[in-house]
Design a protein around this ligand. Structure first.
Ligand code: XBP
Ligand code: MG
Length: 239
């Protein structure tokens, strides 16, 4: 019997990557950078997880000239702080909605006493803003453990964030199911030894999910129990 479900955030709880993209572009404008991440480019850039890491990758891969700065790390961190501020403002103005089925699914899990956690690459203020916007006053009582952003040194697809969530839950990988939307997220959970359901999102629907135990368009017609049953049946059929 599974005891907990560990959720990714971006692309899984909500299609927030589009809001992240706009926030990055907003931050670039404040620094008078000629950079603009359109949807096609952003789909490709999403292969690098973490906003700061994505900016640095863009600078290297696209050979972008930098304004004269003494410390690139500090400069990127400041640019990313501005991006986070744009992002949280957009979330606070209700720009994000939960993906279909998420609210009922979480409600059903709570009723059944299934423990809930978050393992995400995005920064803590972004998670808090999304949960407050989506769940209001109840937001702090839903997820028992929230592992986010720089709380581990190495981001997805490394397993670190899931291993940290397991440690804080005090559970083994076999006690949990992960719900993810991306290949990087799936690999992170898989490498931590957690059976994973993938619900592809608008930016990840072209990725491969071979390591997933289950793939679903969304959580609309699923309950925690139906997922546990299907995962168990799939794993037994695989022997
Ligand atoms: C999400 C991300 C994040 C966001 C940006 O990946 O990669 O980096 O795009 O967030 P996942 P920050 O859903 O696999 O966790 O800018 O706050 O890093
Ligand atoms: Mg994701």
């Amino acid at each position: 019997m599974y005891k907990a479900i560990i959720f990714d955030v971006d692309g899984t709880l909500s299609e927030t990557e589009e809001i992240h993209r706009r926030a990055f572009n907003g931050a670039f404008e404040t620094r008078d950078l000629s950079w603009h991440w359109d949807r096609i480019l952003y789909r490709d850039l999403l292969r690098v997880t973490g906003g700061k890491e994505r900016i640095r990758h863009f600078m290297q891969a696209h050979d972008r000239e930098l304004p004269t700065v003494t410390n690139v790390g500090d400069w990127v961190a400041e640019l990313h702080r501005i991006k986070t501020s744009f992002y949280t403002q957009m979330i606070e103005s209700d720009m994000a909605v939960l993906r279909p089925g998420i609210r009922d699914f979480i409600h059903a899990a709570k009723i059944k006493g299934i423990r809930l956690a978050i393992a995400t690459t995005t920064s803590v203020p972004n998670v808090e803003a999304l949960l407050a916007s989506a769940f209001g006053r109840d937001s702090q009582d839903i997820f028992e453990v929230i592992c986010a952003g720089d709380c581990v040194p190495t981001k997805k697809p490394a397993p670190d964030i899931y291993l940290r969530a397991l440690e804080l839950l005090g559970l083994d990988p076999s006690d949990c199911i992960a719900i993810e939307d991306s290949r990087n997220g799936l690999l992170s959970a898989f490498l931590a030894g957690i059976d994973t359901l993938v619900t592809p999102s608008i930016y990840t629907d072209d990725q491969s999910f071979d390591e997933a135990v289950l793939i679903a368009g969304n959580l609309s017609d699923l309950t925690p129990q139906s997922i546990f049953d299907t995962v168990n049946e799939t794993l037994s059929a695989l022997g």
